[in-house]
Write a protein that binds this ligand. Sequence first.
Ligand SMILES: Nc1ncnc2c1ncn2[C@@H]1O[C@H](COP(=O)(O)OP(=O)(O)OP(=O)(O)O)[C@@H](O)[C@H]1O
Length: 311
Amino acid sequence: MSENYFISGNIRVFCRVRPLVGGGLPKHVQLATSDNKAITLAKTEESHTGKTADTQKNYNFSFDRVFGPRASQQEVFEEISLLVQSALDGYNVCCFAYGQTGSGKTYTMEGDEVDETRGVIPRAVQQIFKAAGKLGEQGWEFTFTASFVEIYNETLRDLLYTGKSSKRPEHEIRKTTSNEVTITNLTYERVSNEDQVLGLIALANQNRSTAQTAQNDRSSRSHSVFQLDIEGVNAGRDVKCKSTLCLVDLAGSERMVKSQSQGDRFKEMTAINGSLSNLGIVIAALGLDEPTGPAALRSVRGRTVTGSGVN
Ligand SMILES: Nc1ncnc2c1ncn2[C@@H]1O[C@H](COP(=O)(O)OP(=O)(O)OP(=O)(O)O)[C@@H](O)[C@H]1O
């Protein structure tokens, strides 16, 4: 099938800098013109005694790719599209948008409905169905199952729930004997084309928990996980593949001082920050586990991480 993208490492981190309202780059962010993997953040350090002048300290960071404020949705997606393709080859692919509140995670993952500003999820869905159609000419038949779940205050909620009852079903995460993760009582919808999935995404958007905060008019107060389970069979060649494409829009990390969260917003902020710290620990552990030889890498299942915004 397609070229294996994971031979050079199975975790990738991209950084996208959101433009300021009205365009442009925040003053403390510097992007190197000749290096699209580097970013420098400048911090003014105040004199402790007040006797000496404030000093400016630069902090350099490097990523697998840095996108400046003018980067289009298409440019960002191009970096991810090979990974999306790998999902059809039987690799598990997971892409997270992580960043502080208001930094552009939902914009990056979902975007707007207009073609140019569509985000990673609709573009990935389009690519998957297009590529599956082409593989069909080589004898592959695919079945796709979509689900959309949010984690709100440490509780799972089905974003595709259409029931009328005010008491929504409860969900638990279970692991099957073959190590597959499933969620009880969740809607798993069999889908066969792009429009069906876009309809489900629209439904999920209506159901997602958002609220106005001091830093974002429509802040996501939950982590949302879009999952497409893919099963492929090529009867002529007697081969099968099975994988999951997981696209996650995480809730934004917040500083209490800036967000001024109180009451429910404060409770949400505590759950969000706690779960993001745990995710950080998991990703760090996966990074440490990463095998180093190309042969070893070829045999592991792929994961990727995309960062959005600068904290
Ligand atoms: N690259 C971009 N270009 C233009 N506008 C952007 C870009 N990124 C984000 N925005 C705009 O900035 C605002 C905040 O973005 P968004 O809601 O995606 O942030 P977020 O990180 O998902 O926030 P939260 O964690 O609070 O949900 C939105 O109005 C969005 O349209």
